[in-house]
Structures are given as C-alpha cells and as structure tokens.
Design a protein around this ligand. Structure first.
Ligand code: SF4
Length: 471
C-alpha cells in the first residue's frame, strides 16, 4: 500500500476561536466512510459471507482484529450515547456470553486459521461488568476458534470502568493477555459527577492508573468529556491538571453533545446546567493549551498521545488508521465485530449485528449469524474513504498517491470539491497546492468539516440522522 504520510507535521494545535465558531456545524465523526447511516438492510448475511471468502483468498490474507461488544452497565451515566443495557443482575451477562460463544464458533469457522489475530478489543457498555472468571472463559473460547497472537506485538485492549475494577481484577486482565487499557474518567469534580450520575472517586481512579503502569500495561488511555453539566473553566482546569500529573499515555477529550431527543438518558441532564457555548469553547481552549504544554501530541479528532506512544509513532510513520473504535495502528487487518450491535469491516464491506438483545439472541439461537445490515463499498466510496482517512489521520492528502492507488486524476476527479475548499483555504484552515491538501494548525480542530466536503452522502444522511456539532 502506498504511504500517504505527512513528511514533516506540526504535532500541536492552534486554537482560533472565531474560526471554530464559524465552522461549528453538525457532522459525522468518520469512524467509517460511508458512515453507518448508509448501512442498508438489503445487505445480507450472504453478502457478508462472500466478503469473508474474498478476504480469505487475499495474497497474503490480512491478519484479523476482533471486537467484542459487552453491552451491560450497572448504572446509567446520564450523558451516555452508547448502546447498552442497564442491569445489576449479573446472570444477564452469562445468558449473553452463551450466545456470544456460539457466535465466536460460527465466525471463527469462516476465517482461515492461518489468519492471525493481531488486535483484540472489548468495548461496551462495560466489559468489566463481567467477572474475571467470565473474562477468562471468554478469552479461552476466542483462543479455541481464532489464531491469537501471543507475543509482545499483540494489541489486546479493554475498556475498564474504574468503579468496577480493583487491584486483583487488574492483575487478572494482565494475566489473561490484555496489554492496553482504556478507562473512563470524564471529570474529577464531584458536583459534575453527581450531575451526570457517575460517582467515581478521584483517588481510586488515580491509584488504578498508577497500578496499571506498574503492572506493565504498555498503553493507558483515559477519556475526558468537556461540556458536561456544572462544569466550569476552573473546575475542568483542576481535572486537566490532575490527569496530566497522572500521565497516561493517551488522553481522549470528547465533546459532550446534548441530543436528548436522540439519546433518552440525556433527558435527565438539565439544559440550564450546561456550560454556555462561550464557556465550553473556553474549556476546549484551556484543554488544548494544557495538553500541548504538557507535551501531548494531537493525533486528530479528540485524541492526544505522548510522543513515544504507538499512535504518535504511527502518525509519523504513515501507518495510522481510523475505524469504529477510533484511531488504530492496525490498518492491515480485517475487523470482525461480535456481539449485539457490533460492526465489522471485512474486505470491501461493513456488516452490523442486530441491535437488541432479543433479536441478537433469536438469530444466534436459530444457528444464524446476527448480521442485519451493512454496506458494500463501490470504487467511488473507496476513493473517498481513502481521502477522508488521510485527512483524519495525517491532516494531508497527497494527490499523486491517490492517483496511483486508484488510477484517477485527483484534480479532475475532485474538481468540485477543490472549488468548495477554496473558502477553507482563504480562512487559513488548509493550503492547497498542485499536489496536495495540507491541513494547517488552525484547521486541525476542524478535520471533520474538511472531510464533509468529500462525503457525497452527507445531504441525504443529514435527513436521516442528527449528528453532533463539531465542537
Ligand atoms: S457511559 Fe459507559 S459506563 Fe456509563 S452508561 Fe454509558 S456505556 Fe455504561
């Protein structure tokens, strides 16, 4: 594959308030292109099987990345926009795992055994809703049906909820082969935690980060959210200072998008408690300044990492990639999604599993895969996906690389888009030369605005889904 890496990039950001205000429009986050809004129910299990067959015939066939969705949470965070089921009944997890095991057997039998699993990720919901014994059994099952990589190059990660993980549990994750963790922090302020119904003592979280480091986890990520109710510039400044001192390898800084019509849990958040748009922007600016000053590299779209972290290195080497889990260093893998609502990406298609537990259980109990919709990319989709991926990962598109990869003339093919981008060029977000589009530091917080120019489905997608605003 041709490298489209940025030869000499600026790892930091310039925060231009007036530009950000002007470009603060709703749009997709581009964890895929086309986005999930385009997925269709006309995509069948047969289409998915065909894609697997084609992917097995690749020379050499791609390695695999596995995603498992664990949808349970013990309590509800009011800001939540994830697909989850709130329950305290642990037996629900066992019922679910029985079906997940059947899906693992079915999916595992479809992929050639010589295809090694380089990456494995458990997301949710709350994967640590499972007991350590349940996790052990799950990993055993996966190991029976897929060819798991066991050396240091494996990338096995899990999202943990610090409220459900103690020192023993953390140790058992390490013993099971997980070498990366990601934990939700959101905000250390007790008032904010109360307003979003996520009480998570600061000292416990910090102790867990420290213990994860001494245990040996090679990449620790923490999630923060700005724009939450009762958050102020001063309160979030304390959260930022605290997390910077804890020094995780990666920090994800997400924007809270208040869409209560789309995400019912958010109806419990009082709109009057939210920071004003100006205050929210000030919080973002403060965050960017503090993370820059602390030496974190801006990877793109919400993600910061230390310069020596693999995400930073991949951005530099041209091996960074973006998929449904965000940024990744495993561009060369086919992604197999398992569990309710999970999305996979195999060969040229996306495939999504059933969205309710009942539908998922019915499909699996009948001995069928639970795929119910998806999308097969055409050539134009693949070209646009590559362009959008380059913008998201490197802030740059080199026309000759795209021309060679797809046999097109970029400036002809995208003449309309290049014209539309003129305003962004005049505003200093990008520079367009004869051979490349380069995102400039003031445009780096507005990557998805730039990508939207290349999204041919955006007008119709906007009629079918409500997207969050850019900031
Ligand atoms: S934010 Fe995470 S832990 Fe909270 S309810 Fe949603 S999925 Fe569960």
């Amino acid at each position: 594959m041709l490298s489209t890496k940025v030869p000499d990039f600026d790892p930091f950001l310039v925060f231009d308030k007036s530009l950000i205000k002007r470009y603060d429009k709703a749009g997709p986050r581009y964890t895929s292109y086309p986005t999930a809004v385009q997925f269709s129910k006309s995509f069948s299990t047969g289409d998915y099987l065909l894609a697997i067959q084609k992917s097995n015939e690749g020379t050499p066939p791609k390695p695999l990345s596995l995603y498992f969705h664990i949808p349970f949470c013990a309590t509800l965070c009011f800001y939540c926009a994830c697909n989850k089921f709130i329950t305290k009944r642990k037996e629900k997890a066992q019922e679910y795992l029985e079906r997940l095991y059947l899906e693992i057997e079915m999916q595992g039998s479809l992929f050639n055994r010589n295809r090694q699993v380089e990456q494995l990720h458990l997301g949710g919901g709350t994967p640590t809703f499972l007991t350590s014994l349940q996790l052990e059994q799950l990993l055993q099952k996966v190991g029976q049906h897929f060819n798991l990589r066991h050396d240091d190059q494996r990338d096995f990660s899990i999202e943990i909820d610090p409220r459900t993980v103690d020192a023993d549990y953390l140790q058992s994750l390490w013993d099971l082969g997980f070498n990366r963790i990601s934990m939700g922090v959101q905000d250390f302020d007790p008032k904010v935690q109360q307003a979003v119904h996520r009480i998570q003592p600061r000292d416990e979280t910090l102790a867990l980060i420290q213990r994860a480091r001494t245990t040996g986890f090679k990449s620790i990520n923490t999630d923060l959210i700005y724009g939450l109710p009762l958050q102020t510039l001063e309160s979030f400044s304390v959260t930022l200072d605290t997390i910077i001192e804890a020094s995780p390898d990666r920090i994800s800084l997400f924007n809270y998008a208040h869409l209560p019509d789309r995400f019912p849990p958010q109806q419990r958040i009082r709109a009057g408690d939210l920071p004003s748009p100006d205050e929210k922007l000030a919080i973002l600016q403060l965050s960017v300044d503090k993370l820059n000053a602390a030496g974190y590299v801006y990877i793109g779209m919400d993600h910061f990492a230390k310069p020596g972290d693999e995400l930073s290195l991949a951005r530099h080497d041209g091996t960074l990639y973006r998929n449904f889990q965000g940024y990744s260093t495993h561009a060369d893998c086919d992604l197999v999604g398992m569990g309710v609502t999970a999305i996979g990406q195999v060969d040229d298609c996306y495939a999504q599993n059933r969205r309710t537990l009942e539908d998922y259980y019915n499909a699996i109990d009948a001995g069928r895969l639970a795929v119910f919709k998806g999308y097969t990319l055409n050539l134009d989709d693949k070209i646009r996906r590559k362009v959008i991926e380059n913008i998201m990962c490197y802030g740059r598109v080199d026309f000759p690389a795209i021309d060679t990869l797809f046999g097109i003339d970029f400036t002809d093919y995208f003449s309309l888009e290049l014209e539309q981008l003129q305003t962004m060029q005049q505003d200093g977000l990008i520079s367009i030369t004869e051979g490349a589009i380069q995102v400039l530091p003031p445009g780096r917080l507005l990557l998805r605005n730039i990508c939207m120019t290349f999204d041919r489905y955006l007008p119709q997608a906007r009629q079918r889904a409500k997207f969050s605003r850019v900031i």
